[in-house]
Structures are given as C-alpha cells and as structure tokens.
Design a protein. Sequence first.
Length: 319
Amino acid sequence: MKEFLLNLKDCLIKNKKAVIATHVNPDGDAIGSAFAMALIIKKIGVEPFVVIDDYNDKFNFIKGTEFIYKGDILDISDKVLICVDCGDKNRIGCVGDLFERTENVFNIDHHISNTNFGNFNLVYPNASSTCEIVFDIAEFFNVSDKYIAEALYTGIITDTCGFKHKSTTEKTHITAGKLINFGIDFSEIQTNMLYSHSLTEVSVFLKALENMKIKSFISYTTLSEKEMKDCNASSKDVDGIVEYILNINNIKMSFFIYEKDNGNMKISFRSKEIDVNKLASMLGGGGHVLAAGAEYKGSMEQALNKVFELLEKELDFNG
C-alpha cells in the first residue's frame, strides 16, 4: 500500500487535478468512496472531477456533490484517473474513453474479480468495502474529518448490510469506530441507508416479490422494463431486492434479473455459501464470493435459461 500511496501523492501534487470515477449504477460503497476521495484530494490542494451515474436521492446528504462533473468528458484533465469500487475498466461507463489517453490510472477496489486494470492497483479482496480502503488513504494524507467520515461510513454500512456480511472483519469494526469518533450521526445513516424507503422503492419491491419463485434452495425474481416503468422505477430503486429474497428460510442462493432500458438484462447474485462470483464471471461479470453480478445481452427468458444452465453445470442443480 505504501508504494501505491506515494505514487498517488506524487501524481496528485504534480498535476493538481484528478478525475474520480466508479462503476455504472453506483451503490453506497461506490458513491461513498468516490465523494470521500474527492474530499480527500481537495484538502491537499488538488481539484477533483467526479464522474458518476445518476443515483438514489437518499445519498444526497453526503458532501461532495459539488465536485460532480457535468461537462464533456473529453474536456477533463487526462493526467490522473482514480477509479474506485470498480472491478473492470469496462464497468466504468462514460469515462472509458479516458483510459486510452490518461497517463496515470489508479485502481482502488475490493472485488475478488478485479482485473488490476490500472497503472497502479490497490486491490484488497478481504476488505469489507472500498470505503474501508479509502479510510486508510485519508489517514495517510492526514485529512480525515466529519464529512469524509460520513461518506466512508455510508459505504461500509451499505456494502456490509449493517456489518452482517461475512466480509466484515475486526478491522471493519475498528474503522467504523474511528469514523464514529468524528461525530457523525451513525444511527441516522444506518436508518436512512438500510431501513428507509421511498414509495417508488416499495412499489417495485412489491412487484419483485409478486414475481418471486423458489426452486429447491434457490429463490429468484424478475422485473421487465414495462414492470419497472409501471412502478416509475429505475436501477437506482431496486437495491435490496436480491438480499431480501435470500433471507428466506432454507434458501442458500438468490438471484434477481431486471431489464434495463437498453434491452439488456442486469443479473444480481447473492449467496450464503455458494461461490456466485464464479457464476457471474461466466457471464462476463464478477464481484465477491457471496455477492456478484453481470449483464446479459438477450431476452429475459434467455437470461433465465442461461443462469439455470450454469447452475446445472456448476452445482448439479436440477430444480
């Protein structure tokens, strides 16, 4: 880590500007780590440009939205690109063009499927979240404050689902404790991130439960583009669905497929013991052993058939 941090510091101080990007359909860890990095480098005199997809309004309390860049990507400085919480450069989205012309790409992540696509890579698969790693970066630069702590705590809480996931370690709890010491309202953050829902989220959640099916030890559900539109929902409103249906008694694995507005299918996997990263990787995606995802080009029926084909091949699953 020390060599990575020294290289990062040298590049930032030298160039005075940096682009910060994360994966498409950003979750709490992606949002928290992106804004935390922006706040960190701003405090050392570097101008941040955050490029990020649209996300749920519940994250708007995090400071750093003022750094979101809304202009032409080609007009951004191309000297330093910091990618957070992204396992593959193809998941970065609209910043992809910058890879061809950026001199220094810093890759900060915790996905086991990370391809080490950066010129400099800081990838810790055993970390609970990318925000846990970014906390160490804030400590290195000695710039931690309440706003950075709020962003990082948000990412840790959402990626561990309130310290529930097995990725949670002693270090995770120690880090969370240090963040709480900055005076953040951790109770409100947990409530807003894990327990509060908009009417749109409730509507699409109910539809997903209505569509749910169970085969042996696997629960799964689907949402078509029409069903999403009927609920006035988008990708930012479906967090938590695949987690919820995993928590049914005697279920060992769950998956959720929804149709994106480009016609492709987004597949999310969750598990209590099965390596779903392996399944997602076979579909061109990835993630973690117990939580992973992929995108599939084809119809909903084809996507379902493909998933069960892989389950039958890899798990001898016959439903």
